[in-house]
Design a protein. Sequence first.
Length: 241
Amino acid sequence: MPDPAAARGSAAGPPVTLDRRERPYGEIVLRRRPAEGDGADVLEIISNGTFLMDTSDGRSERLLVDAALRALPEERRAMLPSVLIGGLGVGFSLAHAVADARWGRITVVEREQAVIDWHHGGPLARVSKAALVDPRTVILHTDLLEYVRTTSDRYDALCLDIDNGPDWTVTESNENLYTEEGLAACQALLNPSGVLAVWSAQPSPTFADALRNAGFTGVTAEEVGVARGVPDVVHLAVRTA
């Protein structure tokens, strides 16, 4: 199993805890590390002792959004497509989507109130401040699995970044998202020819097979090289028309 801290970035010096909260899923922590060189200090999110992501890079989080848009049919891209981002995280995916005028409605589902607070006037506002006030942005405080299974909303793209990948879920219940039932729910959430994009800390041929078995087409993967270890990956799949 790769080191997700290596995949998402690194920083120099010992971390300083900025906030620590207990919630129904366990403990979540926001930490700050001194940056290497002259860059800004790095903010990182830790869940139950497992590194999730930090602000040192963001290339793969931006790729998650860009790859989904590229995979949409040209006629759909011309109609201000809607996107659901699963997981607010450090805010890179949201900020990148808002910076692209080709996106229409941008909805983010985040189950951790702490993460939302860290963006609304907290340390992570440095990433997301402008995006949060954009009229296209909607933040929903809810569990992604519950939302996917119960909402009547539909989207042109679904960009998921709630774990370290399909093969390494930080929260055990998130495994259900990558099952046949979970992928069927994701497919139902998409408009015809809509795109599912899933971030992963490593390539997952097993997940690619699961996408095909769930009825998705155009199953591909795009990689982002990292300083050490295996590349970050965005898995892509298209709902049939």
